[in-house]
Structure formats: C-alpha cells, structure tokens
Design a protein around this ligand. Structure first.
Ligand SMILES: Cc1cc2nc3c(=O)[nH]c(=O)nc-3n(C[C@H](O)[C@H](O)[C@H](O)COP(=O)(O)OP(=O)(O)OC[C@H]3O[C@@H](n4cnc5c(N)ncnc54)[C@H](O)[C@@H]3O)c2cc1C
Length: 372
C-alpha cells in the first residue's frame, strides 16, 4: 500500500488515521462511556499527556483528537471523555495537593476512575458564577450543600470536581473548588433522560451536608473561579478538535453519497447546489483546523486566553452543526436514518455544552473591550 500523499487536499496524518480507526472501533464496541470505554481510550498513547494534565506535541494532539472525532459518531461519548480528561484531570493535575494528585491522577489517567466536572445549577447556567451551592468551613474541613445539574458522566463518575460558594453575594470571589469522591455520604446522583447522548450519562448530583477534609480543596479558598477558568479553557479548546473531526466526517460521507447517488441520470454531485454545500463543509473543515492548530499551539505554550478558547469553541461547534445539517440535506430521505446513526442531536448540543455560542460571543466581545 502506498503512503498517503501529504500534499493531497484531504491528507490525513498517520496519527489522525489511527485516531479515526480507534474512534470508530470504540463506537462499535461500547454503548456507554463507562469504565471499560475510558480504559480503552486511556490506553492510546497520544492521549497520555492530556490525561496527566499536560499538552504534548500540539500537532499530534490536534491530529489524534480530530481523528477520534471523525471516527466516533457518538458525540456524547467524546463529550464524556472531554469532561473527564480535559476538565477534571486538568484540574487535579494543576490544583490538587501533591498527595491528592498522586492518589487520584494515575487512576483518572488509566480510566480506572471516571471524573465529572460539576459547575452548572438549575438557576446558574450561562451565569455559572451565580451558583447557590454552599460550602462552610468546619473543624475538620468543609461541608457542601446544594445541587448541580446537566453533569456529564454523573451516573458513572467516581470523582467530582465541584464548585460551591461561601456566600452567593460574593459572586466569583466567594467560590471554591473541591474534589469529592462518589462514595462520600450525602452525595446522590439521578440520571437525566434525554433524546440523543446515548453514550453519555447526564445527571443531577445532590450534595446533602457532604463533609470533606481540607485536602479536598482544589487551589486556594475562594479561588475556585481560577480553577474553573483553567479547566474550561482547556475543555473548550480540546473539545473543539472532536467537533472539527465531526465536520470532516460530514465531509467524507457527503462526498461519498453525492458521488454515488444518481438523480436525473447523473450523480447528484454534478449539481452545483450539492457540490457547493460540500465545498462549504470543506471550507469549514479547513478553516477550523487552522484555528485549532493555532489555539492548541497557544495552549501548549500556556498562553491561551479565555477569548482564544471561546473563539475556537464558537467556530468549531457552529461549523459542526452547519456541516451536519448540510450532510443531512444531501442525504435526502436517508438523512432520517443517518441523523440517528451520526448523532445529530449530540452535534446540536455542542452549541450549548461547555458554554453556549452566545456566551462565547459575550466573552469575545469583552476581550474586544465591548461592555455589555
Ligand atoms: C450535553 C450537555 C452536557 C453538559 N455537561 C455539563 C457538565 O459536565 N458540567 C457542567 O457543569 N455543565 C454541563 N452542561 C451544562 C451547560 O454548561 C449549560 O447548559 C450551559 O452553560 C447553558 O446553561 P443553561 O442550559 O442554563 O442555559 P441558559 O444560561 O439558561 O441560557 C438560555 C439561552 O439564553 C442565552 N443567554 C444566557 N445568558 C446570555 C447572555 N448574557 N448573553 C446572550 N445570551 C445569553 C443562552 O445563550 C441560551 O441561548 C451540559 C449541558 C449539555 C447540554
């Protein structure tokens, strides 16, 4: 077999190809992002730096994640992995005490433990710093009371990064971050059944007088906003790579379908309305890949800002939605079958999770000096 031509317009690097194959195998093997799924993914060597809280070679990181995103049509599973690896492992690596990090990070990195990142509340979504979940200091540490909702991995997780406030009137200045084991008395989980997202377990997590020791604190007291910011920057940037993979998946299947499907005695690809749509998917793929390359490079150097993360998340999620809708149109009636198989709802929810597209614009506008 001849090696792929790096100058070809649809060239995929060897690491992208391996990621694509692995993503496809995982989606065929597992129905849910459970411990077996996490172990299988964690054994892939290009993911080891991320699972240990670091960003390895930026090009390899991007190619591996884009490949996984292309190969795995289950966006819920990938989102679950993202919350676990990009947000939770990232926060533990950076903010936990040495003892806590050495206890939990190897288990998170191997997939032996699953992490969930619990920030959103019923009344605090986009305005997450308006959270009501409380923490109070006790003689032996802290006590947590409140509830988090729409939490990815909720029913499978062993470990929760959870945010709580000392006093809601302090807004972001009163928030601390804690690492809480699932087995801690007072912690209860309830699944949220939704259409789509079959590979991901979404749920509400309730904390009824949950007592934790001082070692559970991540970072400093009342510096939880810093932990949130660190994790969310990393999560938004790296989840975006999965979404660019989804754009490429829409591209490849649209090219194949439009070249094979005959109407009016010729392949529908000869129709400029159809080929124009495919060019639109291609330009979104090419543009988001370049933006990702730039942004993952900045993440690797430790200089990625909130606005960098918001821009790439905005572009990649909107590109994934638009491209999958284009592919749906090109499929004709078969789009009804492919919408389920290709996880159209999972793609749609990418403009909501990890911050809505509107919220990303709010962050970018603020970085441009535009006050709301
Ligand atoms: C599949 C999925 C997985 C998720 N996983 C997690 C998780 O693991 N952990 C976690 O903590 N959360 C998670 N979430 C929650 C997610 O972060 C929130 O849904 C998101 O932040 C939006 O909050 P909301 O749903 O309360 O919408 P709202 O904040 O109520 O927003 C409703 C609408 O108002 C718009 N809006 C709100 N404020 C503004 C503003 N200032 N300017 C312009 N428009 C505005 C929004 O863009 C949106 O269109 C998940 C959500 C989904 C869908």
């Amino acid at each position: 077999m001849s090696a792929p031509d790096p100058d070809a317009i649809l060239y995929e690097s060897p690491i992208h190809e391996r990621g694509r194959r692995l993503g496809s195998e995982l989606a065929a093997t597992f129905a849910l992002a459970d411990h077996r799924f996490f172990r299988a993914l964690a054994s892939w060597e290009p993911l080891h730096p991320i699972l240990n809280g670091a960003i390895g070679d930026p090009e390899a990181t991007m190619d591996g994640l884009v490949g996984l995103g292309e190969g795995c049509p289950d966006g819920g599973m990938l989102l679950s992995f993202g919350a676990h690896a990009f947000a939770v492992a990232g926060a533990v690596a950076r903010f936990a005490s040495e003892t806590v990090r050495d206890t939990f990070l190897p288990q998170l990195a191997s997939g032996g433990m699953i992490g969930a990142f619990a920030a959103t509340e019923a009344e605090a979504g986009s305005d997450v710093m308006a959270m009501k979940m409380r923490y109070a200091e006790t003689r032996r540490g802290y006590v947590l009371t409140g509830a988090k909702t729409w939490i990815s991995n909720a029913t499978q997780a062993d470990l929760f990064v959870v945010f709580a406030t000392k006093d809601p009137r302090l807004h972001s200045r009163g928030i601390s971050a804690f690492l809480v084991e699932r087995s801690t008395p007072g912690l209860a989980v309830e699944a949220i059944p939704v259409p789509g997202h079959s590979g991901s377990s979404l749920g509400t997590v309730t904390f009824s007088d949950v007592h934790v020791g001082p070692e559970s604190l991540l970072g400093r007291v009342n510096a939880g906003a810093q932990v949130f910011r660190h994790s969310i920057i990393q999560e938004r940037i790296l989840l975006s790579a999965f979404l660019t993979g989804s754009v490429r998946r829409a591209l490849m299947r649209s090219i194949a379908h439009a070249s094979n499907r005959q109407q009016f005695g010729a392949p529908i690809s000869g129709n400029q309305y159809v080929s124009g749509r495919i060019v639109d998917i291609y330009r979104r793929y090419a543009a988001t890949r370049l933006l990702l390359q730039h942004t993952i490079g900045r993440l690797h150097l430790g200089i990625a800002t909130e606005a960098d993360a918001s821009l790439v998340k905005l572009e990649c999620s909107e590109a994934a939605v638009a491209s999958n809708l284009d592919a749906f149109r090109i499929d004709g009636a078969k789009g009804l079958e492919s919408a389920g198989r290709e996880g159209l709802i999972d793609v749609l929810s990418s403009i909501t999770y990890s911050g809505t597209s509107d919220l990303q614009k709010v962050i970018i506008a603020a970085s441009l000096g535009l006050q709301s």
